[in-house]
Design a protein around this ligand. Sequence first.
Ligand SMILES: Nc1ncnc2c1ncn2[C@@H]1O[C@H](COP(=O)(O)OP(=O)(O)O)[C@@H](O)[C@H]1O
Ligand SMILES: [Mg+2]
Length: 425
Amino acid sequence: MKVLIFGSGGREHALAWAVARSPRVTEVVCAPGNGGIAQIARCVPADLKDVEALVRVAEAERPGLIIVGPELPLSLGIVDALQERGLRVFGPTRAAAMLESSKGFAKRFLQRHKIPTANYAVCTTAAELEKAVELFHPPIVVKADGLAAGKGVVICQSRRTAIEAGHGLFTGALLGDAGQQVVVEEFLEGDEISFLCLTDGKSVVPLVPAQDHKRIGEGDTGPNTGGMGVYSTDAMLDPHMTEWIMHHIAEPTVRGMAEEDTPFSGVLYCGLMMTARGPQVLEFNARFGDPETQAILLRLESDLVDALEACIDGTLGEISLRWSPGASACVVASSAGYPGSYKTGLPITGLSDAARVPGVQVFHSGTSKLGNQILTGGGRVLGVTAAAPSLEEALMRAYEAIALIEFEGVYYRRDIGHRALKRKP
Ligand SMILES: Nc1ncnc2c1ncn2[C@@H]1O[C@H](COP(=O)(O)OP(=O)(O)O)[C@@H](O)[C@H]1O
Ligand SMILES: [Mg+2]
């Protein structure tokens, strides 16, 4: 079978790597891909913002399975367009992807279905915003409604700054694009967990949990990024808590979407805050996370293609996933200056030495290939990922491998997973 993957990041490299391991797969094509993906798949150019262009790639390739990596094409209706042409695609329709593409939609949905989430108000005018802010105690969370690539959430220490942030989102001063809706939300305290599930619209199968590190600096300081590292262990969620999240969050979400005639199939990514009152939904994503996918797929022993096809065919109820016990960790190497401006086109060395460290896979996030030389091509450049029987060993392997990699100004956090290590009895 030929598999086509849309996307160009570390998530897509991990997907391509997992798909290529399936004995059923004869060819992997990635549009547009990156320098690392090009080593295991055929890359074809594509603009992820252009649904018609992506459809043309799919029609030319006629793959047996299409996987959509990023949120933007999902929110633009790529799945609907491919389904209309009779192509087999893994991912939610545009209407179902609204769980991610509109935070206002998601909050109202959660409330309708009594799924635990922070108290909130959805505001459409500045006057509504000012009134809503009066009802909350600082810190107050102010969120853009639409996709904002991790830049749409402001945590405000006073009502005045919350109103300013809301105005900034309405006028476009904060994000560039003017927002139609702004969500004002209660501040929640606790540990964050990424709880990803596969679903065919009826059955829900959880993946192993993961914890992301969003801030650029060690000790969770400095500005937000796309994610500087992630780890996954069995100990993060005990079976009882996993069952609770399935019964009170993941399954009612999938059931609710089906009841409302917008069945959701694909990856339901529940971003959870583990509060004193129990798990609460911070947000949904409608796709695999990046870099969570790198750490999660390194632990997957089952055939990913079988599982994704079951989501398309409505047969996920017959599937159970096998995972390697223990842990995995992914440490992201980024360009100097990220998440601000940074240089690209810098040569990277040490990649094959790093890949020889036992248990390690080096997934490329932002690279290009010039002849045989891999060059930096983004803010996040590489996700050095390792699996091992324990988190300590997985981290040791990932850090041993990343230390072998060099490019001008390479930066990575030295404290990925440290909070979990400290918490251990
Ligand atoms: N209600 C909240 N209370 C505390 N922190 C929050 C809350 N909502 C969001 N955050 C923080 O902001 C981050 C980004 O918010 P999220 O809703 O996940 O939006 P996005 O991923 O689209 O930027 C979260 O990972 C979390 O750290
Ligand atoms: Mg998030």
